[in-house]
Ligand binder design. Structure first.
Ligand code: ZN
Length: 319
């Protein structure tokens, strides 16, 4: 069987502008590291390339409050200032750059829902620390937060799986959707006692109507593939139990050994296992609908390896 172009990846200058200069760990070179690795593995010509799309203010407002959107716009025009307590500086054009990240994830969701695209990947997206009223941890706007609102409001989905294997807890998805029963949340990350954002403990299982629909699985520093795979079995069981109608995967590369901002020791085998398993779950319960977003990762070689491995798994997983 030939691997057809059933996987779409967003690429373009607009996505390359999201990042911070001056030696910031979230630099502007991450997307190039990804495409270099795609090219090295001959994966680049096997995918369909899609142009980035800029989100409208109305779409940003599905998740973010108007005052914060205005603030980002103002700081972006000035080209200076901090959008949070220090990790996320403004620069000229940051508003547009961040809006392109959101718009591309939202476009991927629409295309998959409309059967125009089977499986999609948005590098640079997966800005999972962005809160409704503030930036945090290098994340200006929360593309997955907006995408989930689109799936709820435009498509009426009742069970949306958000699955996050970034080394850091996805607090920007967990807390805003903590009591939302439509968001089936699963997150494996480094224990919050040892890393930003100091949350995501096992007892955090959702609140109110969302209770029991969230799974937080912290791992100790230096955990390897073995520990990850044990946790992954729990994620898989949990998701199969809820039969999601859509799968949104945040596949941060910072869990790989050597990342400067985390202390986990996975290999790309962790990303392969998660991506294959989520494709299986999407095929079984969700008419195949799956979108992955890049997430964190601050060692450039690791970013390329982790994300290209997810693409490879998307190309080879049965559909
Ligand atoms: Zn991270």
């Amino acid at each position: 069987m030939t691997r057809s172009r059933t996987v779409s990846v967003y690429s373009g200058e607009a996505l390359e502008r999201y990042g911070f200069g001056d030696g910031h760990p979230f630099g502007l070179d991450r997307i190039h590291a990804f495409w270099d690795e795609m090219h090295r593995r001959h994966l680049d010509y096997q995918v369909q390339v899609l142009e980035p799309v800029m989100a409208t203010v109305a779409d940003l407002g599905r998740f973010h409050v108007a005052e914060y959107i205005d603030k980002v716009k103002r700081f972006s025009e000035l080209g200076e200032g901090l959008l949070d307590y220090g990790d996320t500086p403004a620069y000229k054009g940051v508003f547009e750059a961040a809006a392109y990240v959101v718009g591309s994830t939202v476009d991927a969701v629409h295309r998959v829902m409309r059967n125009q695209v089977r499986r999609a990947f948005v590098p640079i997206a997966g800005l999972h620390h962005g809160m409704p009223d503030t930036a945090a941890g290098f994340c200006v706007f929360n593309d997955c937060g907006v995408a989930i609102k689109v799936l709820e409001d435009d498509y009426g989905l009742e069970r949306i799986a958000y699955v996050d294997i970034d080394a850091h807890h996805g607090d920007g998805l967990y807390y805003p959707f903590e009591d939302d029963p439509r968001v089936i949340y699963a997150d494996i990350h480094e224990d919050g006692r040892y890393n930003f954002p100091q949350s995501g403990f096992q007892h955090e299982v959702g609140k109110g109507e969302g209770r029991g629909r969230k799974l937080n699985l912290p791992l100790l520093p230096r955990s390897s593939d073995e520990e990850f795979l044990l946790m992954w079995d729990k994620v898989e069981q949990f998701l199969d139990g809820w039969k999601p109608q859509f799968v949104l995967m945040q596949c941060g590369a910072d869990g790989l050994a050597g990342d400067p901002l985390a202390h986990l020791h996975y290999t790309p085998a962790a990303h392969r296992r998660a991506a294959r398993s989520l494709c299986r779950i999407a095929e079984e319960h969700a008419e195949g609908r799956i979108v992955a977003v890049g997430g964190g990762g601050y060692d450039l070689r690791n970013v390329g390896k982790a994300w290209a491995t997810v693409i490879d798994a998307f190309l080879e997983a049965p559909m």
